[in-house]
Ligand binder design. Structure first.
Ligand SMILES: [Zn+2]
Length: 382
């Protein structure tokens, strides 16, 4: 067992013993048994003894609370719930301590995935004690996020604004509205989606996800000019997400026949925030306007400045068209090798927790942050 968990357990056992030393011989015996398990490096037996045999009383409530909190941090959620529920059952609990224990229990329930219980406990506590209102509403908020109940999440989030994390909450509300917009789009209701997106801008004006969705809706509605206007905002909002807009933007400009304006925008992106998605998109425009040789020169030049495997594959592809015999065979080998190198690599990473994945997500499934997942840059990425 790790020292970091053993030491607090020993301290809890000693604290329990200090109280119990003054009390009944029976409890004292259980304390001694718990401590002996710890000293014999038998933490599970020690926890079992401390949890099940020590009765709650005024003198040792803090010890029980410390043990419950420790068990939750250790991921032993069933035991943490047992300890905290055990304290609540003690008849002589004063209201302040009861609320404190309920707060701990709501956290246990949330972490254990007992969402109904976490919601019910935190909403009751928020109504009963203003001191815990904000903290317990944030637990309820996490429940509604996990249940994807975005209307309820918006309602609760609006009640917890005004604190130090106001900007973070406002961004979250903007993303809840984007989730509702996406649901409307799957139900073929773009007008409802547009309404949600207008609200989303009101909570976070620079949200690139809103621009992406507005661009998509405009394009699907047959208005490529509006789509371009929305999508080209992203370079000013968060240039790291420009790559996400490339496919829509290319289609919109093709529909408008505005290759010159498209090329000019791509060159602007390449100067301010280079990425391989922009290089490849600009390469396609150069090929259409100036031919394959110009494309080969452009890609080679870009790879000399910002080498990436995707660019390398494009460079091989351009040269494959003109190669024959052994040279063609060798280039194919190189291409297969480069493709294999990126096949299993993640394209996106969460800046908060390090979660990695192949597809873009706006809500990290690991740490549950919003817009913390971004495209990976470097040799194997953008
Ligand atoms: Zn994360």
């Amino acid at each position: 067992m790790n020292d970091w968990i053993l030491l607090p357990l020993i301290l809890i056992a000693i604290a329990a013993g200090w109280y119990l030393g003054r009390r009944e011989r029976k409890s004292s015996r259980y304390y001694e048994l718990g401590l002996r398990h710890l000293l014999n490096d038998e933490p599970d037996q020690a926890v079992a003894t401390l949890v099940t045999e020590l009765n709650v009383d005024n003198d040792n409530i803090d010890t029980h609370l410390a043990l419950g909190g420790l068990l939750r941090r250790r991921g032993e959620l069933e035991k943490a719930v047992f300890v905290h529920e055990n304290i609540l059952q003690w008849a002589r609990l004063d209201q302040a301590t009861r609320h404190n224990v309920q707060m701990e229990l709501a956290k246990d329930y949330l972490q254990a995935g007992l969402l109904d219980r976490a919601e019910s406990m935190s909403m009751t506590l928020a109504a009963e004690n203003p001191q815990y209102r904000s903290e317990s509403l944030k637990i309820a908020l996490q429940v509604y996020e996990q249940e994807r109940d975005w209307h309820r999440a918006i309602e609760i989030a609006k009640q917890v604004t005004g604190g130090a994390d106001e900007a973070q909450i406002e961004r979250a509300i903007s993303h809840y509205l984007c989730e509702l917009a996406e649901l409307s789009l799957t139900r073929k209701d773009p007008e409802a989606a547009k309404g949600f997106l207008v609200d989303a801008v009101g909570h976070f004006a620079q949200n690139p996800r809103v621009s992406l969705l507005q661009g998509r809706i405009a394009l699907e509605a047959g208005d490529p000019e509006a789509a371009v206007r929305f999508l080209e905002r992203i370079i000013e909002q968060e240039p790291v997400y420009v790559a996400e807009s490339m496919a829509l933007l290319e289609t919109a400009h093709q529909e408008m026949g505005s290759e010159v304006a498209y090329r000019s925008y791509l060159e602007h992106c390449l100067t301010h925030f280079p990425s391989i998605s922009v290089v490849l998109a600009l390469g396609r425009v150069i090929r259409d306007q100036e031919g394959t040789d110009a494309l080969a020169r452009f890609i080679a030049n870009q790879m000399a400045q910002n080498p990436t495997l995707r660019g390398f594959i494009e460079l091989i592809d351009v040269n494959l068209g003109q190669a024959e015999g052994a040279m063609r065979q060798n280039l194919n080998l190189l291409k297969n090798f480069a493709e294999a190198m990126i096949a299993d690599k993640p394209n996106y990473r969460c800046g908060d927790c390090g979660f990695e994945g192949k597809r873009m997500r706006w809500h990290c499934p690991s740490c549950r942050s919003w817009a913390s997942i971004r495209p990976i840059f470097g040799l194997e990425g953008e």
